[in-house]
Design a protein. Structure first.
Length: 221
C-alpha cells in the first residue's frame, strides 16, 4: 500500500496515571492513514496504560489526543469510540455467557448479522462458531472474536493491546496475517506488544515505551 502523510492519530505531551501516580510521561506519538505502528515494551512498561488513556478508560492529566484533527482528551470513552477510536483489549476479553455472534454484535444497538460479513471474511473460522458460547473458545478463537468485535464498530484507528499474548505460534501467525489484511483495507492500527518478532512482522515503524516514556525506534527492534 502506498504511504500517505495524512495523520490519523497525534498524541502530544500526554501525561496519565492512577491517582497521584504518573505512569505515562510526556508521551508523543503519531499514526498515519493506512499505517500499522508498534508500541513495544516489556511487561509493566506502560503499554496498556497508554492505550487506556487514549480510549478514555484512564483520564489524562495533561496533553492532547487528536483523531483526524479532532481533540479527544476529556471526552468519555463512548464518545471516542463514536469518533472512530476502538480498542481490542489484551487477552481477548469476552462475555463468556454470550455466544460468539452476540459478543460480535454487542457494541452496536442496531446491529444485524449483515454487520458480521467483513469480520467473517477476515476470520472465516468464526462462521462455524457463531452459536458457541465464548467461555468454550480457545485462546486464539477468543482473540479473533475480540478483534472482530472491534471491527464491527468500523474504526478509523484500531488499538490492539498484546494481540499475540498467550497464543500458540501457529495462531500468532494467523493473527499477523489478519492484521496485514486489515491494513490493505486502509484501517490504521496501533499495536502494543512485547513480542518483537510479531511487531517486526506486522508494523511499518515502532515506538518503544519504558517506564512510561515513549521514544521512536529508528529501525526494526
Amino acid at each position: 500500500m502506498a504511504k500517505t502523510s495524512e495523520e490519523i492519530l497525534r498524541v502530544s505531551h500526554l501525561d496519565a496515571g492512577y491517582g497521584h501516580v504518573k505512569v505515562i510521561r510526556d508521551a508523543n506519538l503519531s499514526v498515519a492513514a493506512g499505517e500499522v505502528v508498534g508500541l513495544v515494551g516489556r511487561n509493566g512498561a506502560g503499554k496498556t496504560t497508554f492505550l487506556s488513556s487514549l480510549i478514555g478508560m484512564l483520564p489524562s492529566s495533561r496533553g492532547s489526543i487528536q483523531l483526524c484533527g479532532q481533540e479527544l482528551a476529556g471526552l468519555p470513552s463512548h464518545e471516542r469510540v463514536r469518533q472512530g477510536l476502538v480498542i481490542s483489549p489484551s487477552g481477548g476479553r469476552l462475555f463468556k455467557s454470550l455466544t460468539v455472534e452476540e459478543n460480535l454484535l454487542l457494541g452496536i444497538a442496531s446491529a444485524t448479522p449483515a454487520d458480521l460479513e467483513p469480520v467473517l471474511a477476515l476470520f472465516p473460522e468464526l462462521q462455524k462458531l457463531r452459536g458457541r458460547y465464548a467461555g468454550k473458545l480457545s485462546g486464539g478463537e477468543r482473540q479473533m472474536v475480540a478483534i472482530g468485535r472491534a471491527l464491527v464498530l468500523k474504526p478509523r484507528l484500531l488499538l490492539l493491546d498484546e494481540p499475540s499474548e498467550g497464543l500458540a505460534p501457529i495462531v500468532v501467525l494467523r493473527v499477523a496475517e489478519a492484521i496485514k489484511s486489515l491494513q490493505q483495507t486502509g484501517i490504521a492500527m496501533l499495536v502494543a506488544e512485547q513480542n518483537l518478532k510479531f511487531t517486526d512482522a506486522v508494523c511499518n515503524r515502532w515506538f518503544q515505551i519504558d517506564k512510561g516514556a515513549i521514544s521512536p525506534v529508528a529501525s526494526s527492534p
